[in-house]
Design a protein around this ligand. Structure first.
Ligand code: SF4
Ligand code: SF4
Length: 289
C-alpha cells in the first residue's frame, strides 16, 4: 500500500507517457533524418537520386526531350528517409539535395500539403492531401511515358547521326575517287606531253635545211643523160628536172640530204628521191657510163 502511494506521487511529478496527437505533434524519433529538399539550380540532372531511391519517391519528368529539360518531383509521403539519395548526389555538398530535420504535417484527409518550392514540382501542384495518391499515380505514368519518348528521341537522333555519317563517308569516298581519276587523267596527259616533247626534241637535231643542188643552164657538151633510166623518173618528171637545170646522172648522184629536201620542196617529189633510191641508181648508171 505504501509502495503504491509512493509510485502515485512519482507519476504526478513525471512527464505524461502519451501526447495529444494530432493536436500536439509527436516528437522526432532518435536519428530521424527528415524530409528531402532540392535546389534545382545546383542540379546536374544525373538521375542518380532517382535510380537509388527504394520506394520511387523521387521522379524526374522529361518535359522537353530535345533540350533534355527535366522537372524534379518528390513525394515525402512515400519517402522512407533512408538518406540514399543524398549519399549518391554528386552535388550534395553544395546543397543540391539536403535531408533536413523538419517534419511535415501528417497526411490526413483534410490536411493541406506543404508548399515549399524545394519539395519539387509535384508538391507545388498538389495542394490537397486527399488528392495526393491519385495524382502521384498519374504523375508516375506520365514520367514513365516521358522516359519512353526520350528513349525514342535518342534512338532517332542516333539513327540520323549514323545516316549523316554514312552519307558523309560515301561523299568523301566519291570525292576521293573523282580526285584520283583526275590525277590519273592528269598523269596520262603529262606522260603524253612528255612523249611529244621528247619526240619533238628528238626530231630537232635531224631537222635538215634545204639547199639548192648544182643546177645547169644547159646540158654539158649539149648532151643530156636519159634520166628516165632511173626507176621512178618518167618522161614528165624528167622534163621537170630538166626545166630546173638537172640533166645528168652525176648531178643527182651528188645530191646531199639538203639537196633532197630542196627537191622535195621545190619539185614536189616529197619522199620519192629516197623511197625510189634515185641517188643510188644515178651512181650505178654513172659507173656504167
Ligand atoms: S531519403 Fe531514401 S526514400 Fe527518401 S527520397 Fe531519398 S532515397 Fe528516396
Ligand atoms: S543526384 Fe543530385 S545532381 Fe543528380 S539528379 Fe539527383 S539531385 Fe540532381
Amino acid at each position: 500500500m505504501v509502495k503504491m502511494f509512493i509510485e502515485s506521487l512519482k507519476n504526478l511529478t513525471q512527464k505524461p507517457a502519451t501526447i495529444g496527437y494530432p493536436h500536439t505533434p509527436s516528437p522526432s524519433p532518435k536519428d530521424y533524418r527528415g524530409t528531402i529538399y532540392y535546389q534545382e539550380d545546383l542540379c546536374i540532372f544525373c538521375d542518380l537520386c532517382e535510380d537509388v531511391c527504394p520506394p520511387g519517391a523521387i521522379l524526374f519528368e522529361i518535359t522537353n526531350a530535345a533540350e533534355n529539360i527535366r522537372e524534379y518531383s518528390y513525394n515525402p509521403y512515400l519517402c522512407i528517409y533512408c538518406h540514399a539519395c543524398v549519399d549518391v548526389c554528386p552535388k550534395a555538398d553544395e546543397g543540391c539535395l539536403v535531408q533536413a530535420e523538419t517534419r511535415l504535417a501528417p497526411l490526413g484527409r483534410d490536411s493541406t500539403l506543404p508548399q515549399d518550392v524545394k519539395l519539387g514540382y509535384f508538391m507545388a501542384k498538389v495542394t490537397e492531401a486527399k488528392n495526393l495518391d491519385r495524382k502521384w499515380d498519374a504523375f508516375e505514368a506520365r514520367a514513365a511515358q516521358s522516359r519512353d519518348e526520350m528513349a525514342e528521341f535518342k534512338a532517332e537522333k542516333k539513327r540520323l547521326k549514323q545516316a549523316a555519317m554514312k552519307a558523309k563517308k560515301e561523299a568523301d569516298a566519291k570525292t576521293k575517287a573523282e580526285a584520283e581519276a583526275k590525277e590519273e587523267v592528269q598523269a596520262e596527259i603529262t606522260i603524253e606531253n612528255n612523249v611529244e616533247t621528247k619526240t619533238e626534241t628528238k626530231k630537232e637535231p635531224t631537222k635538215i635545211a634545204s639547199a639548192m643542188p648544182q643546177l645547169l643552164t644547159e646540158p654539158k657538151d649539149g648532151k643530156k643523160d636519159d634520166l628516165t633510166q632511173i626507176k621512178g623518173i618518167a618522161e614528165k618528171i624528167e622534163l621537170i628536172l630538166n626545166e630546173k637545170g638537172i640533166y645528168h646522172f652525176q648531178q643527182i648522184a651528188l645530191w646531199t640530204e639538203e639537196n633532197i629536201k630542196w627537191a622535195d620542196e621545190n619539185i614536189s617529189f616529197v619522199g620519192r628521191v629516197k623511197r625510189e633510191k634515185w641517188i643510188e641508181q644515178a651512181k650505178e648508171l654513172l659507173a656504167k657510163k
